[in-house]
Write a protein that binds this ligand. Sequence first.
Ligand code: GCB
Length: 593
Amino acid sequence: MLRPSDTATRERKSLTGLWRFRLDPTGEGRSAGWFRGPLPEAGEMAVPASYNDISVDATARDHVGEAWYQTTVQVPRGWDGQRVVLYFESATHRATVWVDDVEVVSHEGGYTPFEADVTGRARPGSEARITVAVDNTLTFQTVPPGVVLDTPEGKRQKYWHDFFNYSGIHRPVWLYSTAPAHLTDLTVVTGLDGADGTVEYRADADGAAGAEVRVVLRDADGREVATGSGASGALRVPDVHRWAPGDGYLYDLEVQLVDGTGTLLDSYHQSVGVRTVEVRGTEFLVNGEPVHFTGFGMHEDHATLGKAHNDALMLRDFALLEWIGANSFRTSHYPYSQDVLDHADRHGILVIDETAAVGMNMGLGGGIFGTQGYTTFSPETINERTREVHGQAIRELVARDKNHPSVVLWSIANEPESETEGAERYFEPLFTLTRELDPTRPVGFVNVMLAPHGKCRVSQFGDVLMLNRYYGWYVDTGDLDAAERAWEEELRAWAGEGKPIIITEYGADTYPGLHTLPPTPWTEEYQVAYLDMNHRVFDRIDAVVGEQVWNFADFATTSGIMRVGGNKKGVFTRDRQPKAAAWALRRRWSGEK
Ligand code: GCB
């Protein structure tokens, strides 16, 4: 699937703005046929936005089930004879879409795109009614998992991940046109050969019998550097400008579909960063050079907007990453907006790209999420069906993000139970699947403290070890000396595995403006001392090739006695202002005072 874009042969129309909106707490919308006409008793909702924090009403914030959206669109007259497609960048967590009275698509998974060919239904020159039922229910067969409890007060959603279950249409919606004969997918794989670069490409097309594929690669100044023809092939780029951390140099690959008379049927532009990624021993190499990841686990999370993408807020986040000297981030704990990855491509930021498989760990229940006594992997809980859904989530992530040079490592899950036989059985095929889908990038998962070295049964499948550890916070709270000793001991054991280690989380909740001397937990001083301790440990162990602090910014969570107005481990506040730790990290990562 290609993301909608305006090209010589394609046009798109944005459907962002205010839509009609209504919650459906009793689940009556489908049987009442709410899609058959103007949505009854509807209010308004912004698209894109999470609907949870817009109203002042807890029933919207805590809604469980379907929420209905509706808009009308005038299909451009000029699209006569074209294919017309309706594309959603995301709807969290699943959606069913109708055009007028007809269901056109349904999709599972809250953070990857889906589309429906609506040619013949959305007719050029006329108006079409688009209705969407977005369901935020999480079960043991969804990714991420959850359970819905029926209580005398109504449905209550429980889940085991530490961020608020923001719901709705979080990213733009597009109506777009292509010619009947059109490109359906593009794949590029880049390589290096001395000073030259190689770009292998494959173009898939539909309805294009007899048509020819032509490709042109241009540099950032628009100069043609290579051409080719055929549905697949390899281009050579003499004296290539490599894509590298801090140098987001991009070429433009124009792919054209041309018929026998030379008429252009379809044209699509794909940006290409020429680079290689490789794991060798305990090193992580980009273009053959070892890299050390600095940065954060982040969240798509903002006041009022919830998880909606917003360009201005994205630019602010990237400005802060640059200011602090970060060269990377992880899309904890779900695929981020495609605009975020495009921006990372353009700015040479390394991305660990993660699925939404978070909270698959009933052992973590206790303190933070309230234990519910479930077994993580069992026929009644996370099971074969969940693994199919998880596999599909991996397929959609790789399909969406395979061409981004910024994406250098797949993370197929965050902190699942990984110390049991059930976990080993569950995960092995998912690693195999990811490698089949993308043999060019390393694959890993993020290990939790409950499965330390010697106990974890899933790390054996990863190319890179990604560890989340909270020595000095959740254990040895306030005792950084004890934490330093215990942490170093565990990390040395992991280093013996001979794989690169990225510390994907280490952090301490910090209430901005709270100060003590000597430093105690929750203060700005303690966050700095805690990070310093971690850095001393990392600097003593060569296999550590990355440090990503948890978290970039404070973020919203579900209610709980461990959370004060959300998770406060941000180095920046939720409105993106620095805590003391931000200055300390800046000194370490950028050398700036
Ligand atoms: C973790 C999780 C992350 C939490 C964090 C915390 O290990 O991966 O989602 O927010 O700990 O702050 O407890």
